[in-house]
Design a binder for this molecule. Sequence first.
Ligand SMILES: *Cc1c(COP(=O)(O)O)cnc(C)c1O
Length: 821
Amino acid sequence: MKSYNLNQLARIINGTLIGKGDEIINQIFFDSRMIINPIHGIFFAFHGNQKDGHHYLQDAYQKGIRNFVVEKAPTNFVDANFIEVKNPLNALQVWAKYHRKQFTFPVIGITGSNGKTIVKEWLNQLLWKKFSIVRSPKSYNSQFGAALSILQMEDKNDLGIFEAGISMPNEMQNLEEIIQPTIGVLTKIGEAHLENFENQEEIIFEKLKLFTHVDKLVYNIENEKLHQIILEDEHLSKIDKITYGYTDFATVKINQILSNQTNTQISILHNQEEFTYTIPFIDDASIKNSLICLTTLISLNIDYKLFKEEFNQLLPIEMRLEIKEAINNSILINDTFNSDLNSLKIGLNVLNQQPKEKKSLVLTDILQSNLSDEELYQQTADLVNPYHFDEIVLIGEKISQFKHLFQSYVRSYNSTEEFLEQFKHQNVDNEAILLKGSRPFKLEKISNELETRSNDSVLEINLQYLIENINVYRSLLKPTTKLMCMVKANSYGTGSFEVANMLQNNGIDFLGVAIADEGKELREAGITVPIIVMNPEQSSYSTLIDYQLEPEIYSLRVLKLFIQKLQEKQISTAYPIHLKMETGMNRLGFHEDDFDELIAILKNNSQVEVRSIFTHLATADMPEEADYVNYQLNRFDKSYATISEALDIKPIKHALNSPGIVAYSDRQYDMVRLGIGMYGYSEYTDFMQKYLKPVVRFKTVISQISEIEIGETVSYGRRFTAEKHTKIATLPVGYADGIRRSLGYGKGKVGINGQLATITGTICMDMMMVDVTDIPCKEGDEVTIFGDSPTIADVTKWLETIPYEVLTSVSHRIKRVYYKE
Ligand SMILES: *Cc1c(COP(=O)(O)O)cnc(C)c1O
């Protein structure tokens, strides 16, 4: 990043500088946990819905940051410099807008509902030899991501490619002011995020605002509504429109598209000349994206005919970074998105959030950089060294030559195969491993060695969606309301550690587990936030205390036993406990006639401290039972008042679960307990459902396809007989994997290539069969058991149960894989 000094920055963002103005800055931080190398860094204290960066100034300072952009400067920092502004996020954007104006080279602004990142990355794959490109890292395309992306522009660059993404009306104008594109590229306009817009036209109008000042616009002329709106637009009607499509009016006219098993040949007509190119993809989206890229080359006055080979070698973009359990109690972070310094930085940050003492890095040659090798690997080493890896493995002939720059125990190999020849499983031990490399090195061979279980049947957990769902719930809460997240039953079946770690990293206040062993497991994996055990068994009190887990205390008997245990273990400080009130669930809890004795025990008791008082609703998800909720909450109010007044304490008061947060947010008290909602499910509250994203997807692959004739039968008991020529796909999952047998005999369905296939015959222990007669598919194709289609809600309906049961039933032998975008 280009350097600024604090005087300049204060002037640009119209802030008040307190401190020295000649300090140089060239690194931006906004999350104090991400600070590894503070040199020339500045910390922006953003004030979000729940989190306030001002609470982390001390942490940032301790990590070496001396420059801050804040709303109000604290007075107790020695030797630190502050710029005070009204709104630090705005200030960052103002800085980006100013920075953008320093450059006159072409800037491509890409927007659309799908394909932004792929088109951006493909343009980079096509053009990196020809230009010094600056582009958005990963999918940084929000109000904030776009600003950070733009601030990376440097003098040496000569082409910018940036994404702009919107989710709400009226966001695009600001993105336009930040990115200031000179060439506009519009990818597919779909239904994504439609929920926040009136209709598709409104989306188009909003997206087109990115192009208010472009000289040229690239788009698909086949979208008639879009084309019409562009022709009627004051500015866009006048500029150079470069389009593709089947009509004669398109700049690039599609002549023919021919796909075989692996490639697609695309013939186009442009300026009366025919041109044919091939891409190594056969899906419709890739074909369209390649046409967008080709059309964009025309907008840059580049002779696309010279790029045949580059098109032929386009690589798929792995959008997601995977976090997986690895052998010997290790964690594997697999990030093969692409190999450039920016995405390496993101991978390093994710690794750094894994609470493992030992950290290792596997890094390959970095392709697609037009720095000299010396410069490139010096910068790589400068980025990597502050993380103090215990071990680094370098793979590739180039990077190996720069082994001496890396300050760790370093081994180097010319190829992945050479590394695997000497690789020994027993040398991996309780560590976090980042695999970061470019495609040609086939690091998946290493990840296959490191993963614990096979990959065919997987429960995928999208941690990004988890956080987005939490933020949807947070938007219903007051900024001061605390958040407890329920991770009992292995986080509703999704696997406890990764989910808990993500929650911890996102600043939730408490975790809730069912039994002490679940809490113990989290503590052993490095989770440090307060954990409440909802159902502490008497035999587990010792574990509970040893691992600083906080018990739910629901009766006088339990209270006395727990105090006795504290005495036995000679715990001298007041131990936090949580009192559960019975108000109408009739499960666990103190009744009103317990209160006198409860108060007597707790009065002047120095062994326990009542940290919270709570209750649980029986009918929060049933609108017709609102009266009962009110009855419960009123009874709870009284109980809380009685106890807190008698003891003269004000513990945290909480009652609401996920549906409660939606329906009774006026009774959120001091804290809420979020469970099923964060996994993306809201059953009785349709209007919430559309804001939530499915966190969990259960997928497998087709093992075999067989064709059977009329009269032939399928599976045990011959419960399915073919009535016509039928194509049957066998899947490698069965009731031992958590697929209930009652989904068989035509009741349930699975998703294959966008269609639903009916489960035929009896579901076996480890296998099941589905009817794919009318579904184009082949052996090895992916199958969705539940996820986006069918959804958990569909399976819930077929089984006549609740989503909680569907989620928690997936067997432990199905591997959990975590994704972050
Ligand atoms: C499981 C649980 C919750 C969360 O319930 P959801 O309906 O999943 O949101 C809240 N409180 C208690 C006491 C629980 O046991």
